[in-house]
Design a protein around this ligand. Structure first.
Ligand SMILES: [Zn+2]
Length: 157
């Protein structure tokens, strides 16, 4: 227990692993590594309100991102556009159910769950309601961020 409290007082640089005593910062301040200059820790101004605003904007913009055409093809003089939903529907029609499921999961379901989860975490932090649910959703949000980063690394290879 004492070791855990001691471990929480220290912060390692993400770039060079230099150890520092965890800084006490006010809103708008950030701590930088003295060795490499990387940002160790940052407290953004109105971070909860900004998260709420960006989550709402993200949910609103998710609708046109799904419904509006994302690509157009001219073939033999005919122009055809397709939205994300059109692409998923065509994958299902052609029998590529697994690919359609993956496209749906990573382009519609996961972003929607992340944005709704961020809104619920905001509500929990603001109104102090259901902290266990907020903790669970925050852990789920971090898990989805890690999965998203791994997915990008796979696509880059
Ligand atoms: Zn460093």
């Amino acid at each position: 227990m004492e070791d855990e409290a001691l471990a929480n007082d220290w912060l390692a640089c993400h770039q060079c692993d230099a150890l520092y005593v965890h800084p006490q910062l006010n809103d708008g301040q950030r701590a930088e590594c003295g060795r490499c200059g990387a940002t160790l820790f940052e407290r953004k101004v109105n971070s909860i309100e900004r998260t709420f605003a960006l989550s709402v904007a993200g949910l609103i913009l998710l609708i046109p991102a799904i419904m509006l055409p994302i690509m157009g093809i001219t073939l033999a003089g005919q122009y055809q556009e397709a939205s994300l939903l059109d692409a998923i529907t065509q994958l299902i029609v052609k029998g590529y159910f697994m690919v359609a499921t993956l496209v749906f999961m990573f382009t519609i379901a996961v972003p929607t769950v992340k944005l709704i989860g961020a809104l619920i975490v905001f509500a929990v932090l603001t109104y102090q309601a259901a902290p266990v649910l907020g903790g669970f959703l925050f852990a789920l949000f971090i898990l989805l961020v890690v999965i998203g980063k791994n997915q990008l690394e796979i696509l880059e290879q």
